[in-house]
Design a protein around this ligand. Sequence first.
Ligand code: ADP
Length: 489
Amino acid sequence: SFANSRLTPQALSEYYEAQFDSKGIEKFSVRDPASGAEIAALDLHGAAEAKIAVDRAHDAFRNEWNPNRVTAQARYDALVRWERLIRENARDLATLLTLENGKPISEATIEVAGGADSVAWFAEEARRIDGDVMQGAKRRQRVMVLKQPVGVVGAITPWNFPFSMITRKIGPALAAGCTVVVKPSEETPLSAIALTYLAHEAGFPKGGVQIVCGDAKAIGAELTGSSKVRKIGFTGSTAVGKLLMAQSASSIKRISLELGGNAPFIVFEDADLDRAALALLGSGLRNAGQTCICADKVLVHDDVHDAFAEKLAEKMARLRLGHGLDKSTTHGPLINAAALDKVEAHVTEAVEAGATLVVGGSRANPGEGLEGHFFQPTLLTDVKVDMSCFREENFGPVLSLHRFKTDEEALEIANDTEYGLAAYFYTSSMRRSWTISEGLEYGMVGCNDVAVTGVTTPFGGWKQSGLGCEHSKYGIEEFLQKKAVFLTF
Ligand code: ADP
């Protein structure tokens, strides 16, 4: 059911494999996580192909995409053409996304539109890369501050947003005048290949946007080790982020990291409980709980705890697990068996240590042909702060409730973590809106709100949740370096 025959898994596999001369090479499978069925088999590339791609990107940065030859207007034009192609093919792209990631088609459609928004944002930013003129230290001296592209960018992205993670990295890189080699997650490479295909159709040079995947470790080592790559942009786990940062140290690469989170969600006694419950389900269970800003640890004031838990349980009874392409599905599967094992272990550990299981709690098989990695949306109460489901990122559909009595206690528990990505709280007090917003050690804070992402605002973590930020007026700066040019007259 693909309108554009070039965007089928088969056509994209061929498009991808035509990049490198690798006949007879080993392949890896891309599977539908809802059914386990193979949707594509791709050549398993490694260090050798990564090196070829870097050389081509380096060459494109010197030639076809050289900032001295390609004007800001031309970069804008190409990005706008790319945006248009994404919007025109949105249905195919969303279908592909759901097939490889499992999320409901409604969420996939939103992700594709968000990706197009991101490209549009950075198209505009391409024309706004302005410098400065400053006073020199001497008489008759002026200094121009130029902003120039950093060069070749290596981007490594995860499977939970296979589409928008690519656009938010490639978009600003190309807008700034850089060239890019992307390594998407091997779980979900097809969305990334489709985006590359459309980027080439939009007129970006072949060497300007490339994709390599297969052996993550080998490709990562090549991208971080090469002195031709001047920047690494990564979204993924904190553990891999640390490794890439260490590997990048040998050549002092610029590095942006969007890492794990462990988002607190605080419900104060003066909160609108219905609104908070709805928001918590939206945030905590989004993408089956597999986003880095999903609410993980829920702190509920003692006075409203039971009423709040009841509201959650009522609403959770109406959720429907299933294949993402089935329109009645509200929640899809987890990405793979390891993800399922981790969530199950967290829940089992919590229940054994005294948590109360209110809703869900186990693996599920929502229907015929759905032998994938489904876990029931789960609600736990009486969760203690040292339990894994509370302290660690679950990356699954689990809400863990813990009671508190004072604001100080809530803030202390919320901040007692190495993570610092997103945090949420619900209150009707103006004073709390400020004190809690300022007290939370997080990069994004939602006060009576869980929609904390968008192209206009910075996205980035504090502490071990990351370095740098994406989107907003600050995002493009990560791909630019300043040069002071001294003029004496
Ligand atoms: P997740 O747990 O969400 O899969 P990861 O950090 O493992 O997070 O994966 C994010 C991205 O990092 C994926 O593209 C993955 O293939 C890649 N990756 C994993 N290990 C390495 C590594 N050693 N070097 C480079 N990239 C890696």
